[in-house]
Write a protein that binds this ligand. Structure first.
Ligand code: ADP
Length: 414
């Protein structure tokens, strides 16, 4: 016989079981919902994965088909991307280089000196996006010292460190252009060398003519002879300048930097042109600092070419009555030398081209002068070789000031 208490107890238990069942039902419902959501998320993820894979494939196809070599390295400089053009450029097959450090695959040189891999592929700068290294002409050596000339650009992306991506290097092959440039320079320097000898005799004969026969000539003959002299000199300076340009561009134009008494050098260069200054009816003043200047290191012969070019230009592009001023001052870590004139000046639009090869303004004074448009290009190259800089300020019909700065030789460099 079941007591009423036991019934009650049973009823309670049944209720509890019922409640638990309900809870279980709810939990199952939630689980089913979660499962559904998870499946949905999974499907979305799969779709995204497919999209990423498609994007990646597209990127890889594009990478393989571009003509520039692309090499990407990880944070330890090991190669992770090496496209078809990189294979062609270096001679290596992609499977032989993936995972290998970049420095064991290519060697990079600038003007004969090896460029460290940490320079052309610098350590990742966290959060930085953009170009971290760029050079227009570099020589690279690949498999079996396969040599090429390239324009190299290295870039990094913001997410670089999070996805373990170091730099992405793009190498544009300029070997053919360089070869053409070399041939052009060879031709220019060979032609200039060949012209030098006959030109020396022409100049010699003209000199003898002027020295011995000018006094017997009538005005017309004398003018012709003087024009011949100017033309021969113009040709000779063109030949010398062409030889210098070929040397500069080949990298064989060197400077031997030695301590120099800068003010004495300036005085020397000025005295060389004083006859021309007087002949042309110009006035030249020198403004040198009263106390000694700190030491600058120069190649006397080369830097004299810069001074002489600036002085000759100031004379050539001024008319009688004009004033030329040569000033030297110490400014910060630099000795600044300025050659100012009150000559014809230079149009603003010509200023950016002034230090480039063969550039001449077509002003009235250029017509009769024996200029070649190479002097300032050479002057700039020489100044740069002295770790200096050169610039111009000019106003048309008012005059020009050409300035160049040379670094003061610091004690710790001695
Ligand atoms: P160039 O042999 O023709 O003088 P440069 O390279 O020395 O060659 O100068 C290039 C050109 O710059 C000159 O032809 C001239 O047009 C202009 N130029 C240079 N210096 C001056 C100056 N002091 N005043 C005016 N024009 C100048």
């Amino acid at each position: 016989m079941v007591s009423s208490d036991s019934y009650e107890e049973l009823a309670k238990k049944l209720k509890l079981i019922d409640q638990q069942n309900k809870q279980l039902d709810d939990a199952t419902k939630i689980l089913i919902e979660r499962d559904f959501e998870l499946r949905k998320a999974y499907d979305e993820l799969e779709k995204e994965k497919e999209q990423v894979a498609a994007e990646r494939n597209k990127f890889l196809v594009a990478l393989q088909s571009i003509s520039d070599a692309v090499i990407a390295v990880d944070l330890d400089w090991n190669i992770i991307i090496f496209n078809k053009a990189a294979e062609n450029l270096t001679g290596y097959a992609v499977e032989d280089v993936l995972g290998k450090p970049i420095f064991s695959v290519i060697k990079v040189f600038e003007n004969g000196a090896q460029v460290p891999y940490t320079t052309y592929s610098p350590k990742i700068i966290s959060g930085f996006e953009g170009v971290v290294f760029s050079k227009p002409i570099l020589r690279i050596c690949g498999l079996n010292n396969k040599e090429s000339f390239v324009q190299l650009i290295a870039a990094q992306i913001t997410e670089g460190s999070s996805v373990k991506l170091g730099s992405i290097l793009t190498l544009h092959d300029i070997t053919e252009e360089q070869e053409l440039e070399r041939m052009k320079l060879d031709f220019v320097s060979m032609a200039a060398h060949e012209l030098r000898t006959p030109l020396t005799s022409i100049k010699g004969y003209i000199y003898i003519f002027i020295r011995d026969y000018l006094k017997f000539m009538d005005e017309k003959q004398a003018t012709i002879l003087q024009r011949m002299d100017i033309s021969a000199q113009k040709l000779a300076s063109l030949v010398e300048n062409l030889l210098n340009i070929a040397r500069i561009e080949r990298g064989t134009f060197t400077v031997n930097l030695q301590p120099a008494d800068w003010t004495a050098l300036i005085k020397g260069a000025v005295s060389e042109v004083m006859a021309q200054v007087k002949d042309k009816g110009l006035e030249l003043t020198l403004d040198l600092p009263p106390v000694g200047l700190p030491e600058v290191r120069v190649d006397r012969l080369r830097i004299n070419e810069v001074l002489s070019n600036l002085l000759t230009n100031a004379i050539n592009y001024s008319v009688s009555g004009g004033k030329i001023k040569v000033a030297v001052k110490l400014q910060g870590d630099e000795v600044i030398t300025q050659v100012s004139d009150t000559g014809q000046g230079i149009p603003q639009e010509a200023l950016p081209h002034l230090f480039t090869k063969f550039f001449r303004v077509s002003g009235p004074l250029e017509q009769g002068s024996k200029g070649t448009g190479l002097g300032l290009y050479i002057a700039k190259s020489i100044t740069l070789m002295h770790h200096g800089r050169i610039w111009v300020d000019s106003q048309l019909n008012k005059g020009s000031t050409f300035s160049f700065a040379l670094p003061v030789y610091r004690e710790e460099e001695k």
